[in-house]
Design a protein around this ligand. Structure first.
Ligand SMILES: C[S@@+](CC[C@H](N)C(=O)[O-])C[C@H]1O[C@@H](n2cnc3c(N)ncnc32)[C@H](O)[C@@H]1O
Length: 471
């Protein structure tokens, strides 16, 4: 087994990173406390605008920039930020102690960066796996205690394999028929046995934070670009495909995979910056946040792409079914995500002219797709309104978006969102560009060879929009 060297003692780590007693109070109260307690001079709106222009003209790609905090690699996640992106805006647009919000926090990159910069980071998401990732990344833990539990889980799981019949019985009881069908299709019998053996031991961990940490390591051996210990070979880029004659994949035993992953993640716990920052991620809909108005100092977020271009649930259900969720419920949940393609019974907003024109062009070719895009821009209208509501006057929302192609037409998401912001009196003060390294970010790739086309080039970019809440 691998041994870890800690240069931070249990006490020093826990003392420096202990959450304050606000933990169990209402978020709105915490927000107010932080705004008051920072006690620092506010940055003026003029300064913010000048600052923004300089920041947006920088190279926002951050390719090959070293990852400063191993927590960012706890678990794969499609289209996550390079940590340097939120960090740049956090350091330049807020003071220590101020509140940074990500209302669609995904893998929690903004939150980790906010708290390691000594800010209060608050994240919301509706995806159960995103919530687990965000929670684990923003919870300070003592590496030695986690390691002890990880070792116990691995040893006990290995030992329990000697009583295979017992494990098989547990496997039979655990899932409803639809979920079991899904599992039988995507996991070999042997892998199922090993995974359930691990889970049974993880469930015995008493400390809920350590338990979640180990659940996340468990999930991380399933949800990877190459499908981890499942039979899928391409969870990252496209619709997952099961291994067949044409493809081969090296069998990976789940328990040693888990051990390696847990140890790697535990090593990253010592990267924790013992600063004053606090982070929290919880369930919440970006269209209707449980926050007071004018309570937030900076928003940094990236919404899903239009038209379900990145289908989070498609990959996430591979581990969520093991973590207690039923496959049918997950399918229903998927249709509630921003950018989903379910449009019946949907509440649409009135949209401004360019946005409406793009929708109409797509609708002329494909009526259903027109509705899907209308749904997306309606959702984003409500998200922008909500971000405007919770921001303090003179403060900024950084929104990172990419375009989608529907029926060969560019959705021009950047221009449309800027137009929608304008219509809400929430103007876009500037747009920066970032070139994507799509392979690394687990982004969907085009199967057609259109490397020269203008649209394909735009698909390799993201736009960094800065919306300004007017005084
Ligand atoms: C592009 S990802 C965010 C990635 C994030 N920036 C990171 O670095 O990991 C978009 C996220 O929006 C979430 N989402 C979708 N609909 C939502 C809603 N109505 N409210 C909150 N989050 C939502 C998805 O679950 C997904 O995690």
């Amino acid at each position: 087994m691998i041994r870890l060297n800690y240069n931070v003692t249990q006490n020093s780590l826990m003392q420096k990173r202990r959450f304050n007693p606000n933990k169990h109070r209402k978020l709105s109260e915490i927000v107010t406390d932080f705004a008051v307690s920072s006690g620092l001079e506010r940055i003026s709106t003029g300064d913010v605008t000048r600052n923004l222009k300089a920041l947006l003209s920088k190279d926002l790609g951050f390719h090959d920039a070293p990852v400063n905090n191993g927590k960012h690699n706890f678990h794969s996640f499609p289209a996550k930020f390079p940590p340097q992106l939120p960090r740049l805006f956090i350091e330049n647009l807020t003071y220590p102690g101020e509140l940074v919000l990500d209302p669609m926090s995904g893998s929690g990159t903004t939150i980790v960066e906010a708290l390691s910069a000594g800010r209060l980071g608050l994240g919301f998401d509706i995806d159960p796996l995103a919530l687990l990732i965000g929670k684990v990344k923003s919870t300070p833990l003592n590496p030695a205690s986690v390691e002890l539990e990880a070792r116990r889980v691995v040893q006990a799981a290995e030992l329990s394999l000697m009583h295979r019949l017992k494990i098989e019985k547990e496997l039979e009881k655990k899932f409803d028929p639809q979920t079991k069908k899904f599992i039988d299709y995507w996991f070999t019998d042997e892998t199922q046995i090993e995974l359930i053996a691990l889970l049974l031991q993880i469930e015995k961990v008493e400390d809920p934070d350590i338990k979640d940490f180990l659940k996340l390591a468990f999930s991380a051996i399933i949800v990877t670009k190459s499908g981890g210990v499942s039979l899928a070979w391409d969870l990252g880029h496209t619709r997952p495909h099961r291994l067949n004659q044409g493809k081969s994949k090296k069998y990976k035993a789940a328990i040693p995979e888990f051990e390696r992953r847990a140890i790697r993640n535990i090593e990253s716990l010592v990267d924790d910056n013992p600063s004053i920052g606090e982070g929290r991620v919880q369930f919440g809909n970006a269209e209707n946040l449980p926050l007071d108005e004018e309570s937030v100092d900076l928003i940094i977020t990236s919404p899903p792409y239009a038209s379900n271009a990145i289908d989070y649930m498609r990959a996430h259900k591979f581990s969520l079914v093991w973590l207690g969720m039923e496959v049918n419920n997950l399918t229903a949940l998927r249709s509630t995500y921003i950018g989903s393609d379910k449009v019946t019974g949907y509440k649409f907003e009135t949209l401004p002219s360019l946005t409406q024109e793009i929708i109409s062009r797509i609708a002329a070719l494909d009526a259903k797709k027109g509705f899907v895009l209308r749904r997306y821009f309606s959702e984003m209208t409500r998200v922008l309104k909500e971000m405007q509501r919770v921001l303090k006057p003179g403060k900024v929302a950084i929104v990172v978006v990419g375009s989608s192609v529907m029926r060969g037409i560019d959705t021009e998401t950047d221009r449309c969102l800027a137009e929608i912001g304008e219509s809400l009196n929430f103007p876009c003060a500037g747009i920066g560009l970032r070139l994507l390294d799509r392979d690394r970010r687990m982004m969907p790739t085009s199967t057609k060879s259109r490397a020269d086309s203008q649209i394909e080039n735009r698909m390799h970019r993201e736009f960094v929009l800065a919306f300004l809440k007017l005084n």
